[in-house]
Design a protein around this ligand. Structure first.
Ligand SMILES: Cc1ncc(COP(=O)(O)O)c(C=O)c1O
Length: 436
């Protein structure tokens, strides 16, 4: 064996044994992590503004989460909830139902990934309504399974070559105010993009055939597109008037990411069904479908579930996450972090022409990069360059958006001021370098 670095050796093995499909943003290999810091196998330190794609809201290796995982692992790791039930599943369902917005009685079930939660939400909605069609938003992302991918709006890399997609999915424009699909301006538009749903039922799919409309409160992969305050109340009213369920996909926006526990709280709206994942279990693979009792209880026994869904270690980790949120006031910290970020990003926007738009909610905040502010030309290669500049200087950050020209922040809420300042300094240096 030649004398090469640990990283180089792992890179060779990665190239030899793992296909390119499961992609990599950085060329590095993690060794350990804590809070908002990741160390790699070469001893480098990285500030984490990505949180493993929005998973680490409570921070890496939060002591409460680690303790809960250890304690549960020493009791038992698996029985399968369908074979012998256990308390962490029941207790987590109770707590999740209680923290959801709205007064309706709720029920919850657990799965392994965000995509799987979406799959189950669609099954439940179709079963309850007896209808087939699903409306999803342009710029939406709902996962990589066949239903998740079919509901997703970005072709490359998510759908390309994987057809045929699932049937009875209809795509409705999103409230992308920076690039309004109707060519209007907010607020003079009176949020006509939501009213357009009534016409959609005439031209694209009958309301009486539609089981559900699924939407991310803040569109994640699609570019942190954040609808105005009137949008969801209007859209949900049209759905309710037509017996259509509203599914909020909070997989990325939920669990304190937007300065509220659930992003739909910003619109004071209750979804019929909500999907959760990512940050709910501090890095353990767990997702949830939670919704109104009569809807959730519609599918027959055995119609929902799976071998691992709601694994006891994952449920214990999620209970640790919820206790961290309560005891450390993480929702309030998230709102404060969001304020700091917004002020910083707005000040950058006034200094760097490259930044066309600052948007998001709380610390789920993004910079849309453009090469020309008038024409709003997406600065895709510059965004790619910026992500690379950042990781080469010790900051992990992600891009998103259908053109890949949006830089998004998904750092742990527990990030310290010193770490945040250091990360922002790297990001600004990158923007300044690329702007030259
Ligand atoms: C809004 C949303 N829904 C669903 C998913 C899919 O989640 P997972 O990757 O855990 O399957 C994601 C993942 O990014 C997401 O952001």
């Amino acid at each position: 064996m030649t004398d090469i670095s640990k990283e180089a050796a792992l890179q060779q093995l990665r190239a030899a044994f793992i296909p390119q499909g499961p992609f990599n943003i950085t060329p590095y290999f993690a060794k350990s992590a804590s809070g908002a810091i990741i160390y790699d196998v070469e001893g480098r330190e990285f500030i984490d503004f990505a949180g493993g794609i929005g998973v680490m809201n409570v921070g890496h290796c939060h002591p409460k989460v680690v303790a809960a995982i250890k304690a549960q692992a020493e009791q038992f790791t698996h029985t399968c909830f369908h074979i012998m039930m256990y308390e962490p599943y029941i207790e987590l369902a109770r707590q999740i139902c209680e923290l959801m917005p709205g007064d309706s009685e709720k029920m919850a079930m657990f799965a392994n990934s965000g995509a799987e939660a979406v799959e189950n939400a669609i099954k439940i909605a179709r079963h309850y309504t007896g209808r087939d069609a699903i409306i999803a938003l342009e710029n939406g992302f709902h996962g990589r399974t066949y239903m998740g991918m079919s509901l997703t709006s970005k072709v490359k890399p998510y759908k390309h070559g994987f057809g045929p997609m699932m049937s009875e999915i209809y795509r409705f424009p999103s409230a992308y105010c920076y690039r309004c699909p109707l060519g209007l301006n907010y607020p003079e538009c009176d949020v006509a993009c939501a009213d357009a749903l009534n016409d959609f039922f005439i031209s694209y799919v009958g309301a009486e055939n539609t089981a559900a409309l699924i939407a991310e409160p803040v569109l994640g992969e699609g570019g942190f597109i954040t609808p105005p305050p009137e949008y969801f109340p209007k859209l949900i009213k049209i759905c309710r008037d037509n017996g259509i369920l509203f599914i909020a996909d909070e997989v990325q926006a939920g669990f304190g990411r937007t300065g509220k526990m659930m992003a739909m709280e910003h619109w004071s709206e209750e979804a019929d069904i909500t999907t959760l994942g990512k940050s709910m279990a501090g890095g353990m693979p767990l997702s949830a479908v939670v919704g109104k009792k009569e809807i959730m209880n519609s599918p027959q026994a055995g119609g929902l579930g799976g071998t691992y869904g709601g694994n006891p270690i994952c449920c214990a980790a999620a209970l640790g996450v919820l206790s961290a949120f309560k005891e450390e006031n993480l929702v309030a910290r998230s709102a404060e972090l969001g304020e700091t970020l917004r002020q910083t990003f707005e000040s950058w926007k006034s200094r760097y022409e490259l930044i066309g738009d600052v948007r998001g909610l709380g610390p789920m905040l993004a910079l849309e990069l453009v090469t020309d502010r008038e024409a709003k030309t997406p600065a895709a290669s510059q965004a790619k360059e910026l992500v690379k500049f950042c990781f080469e200087h010790g900051l992990i950050i992600l891009s998103c958006g259908n053109y890949g020209n949006v830089i998004r922040t998904l750092m742990p809420i527990v990030i310290t001021k010193e770490q945040l300042d250091r990360g922002l300094a790297i990001l600004e240096e990158g923007i300044a370098t690329i702007s030259k």
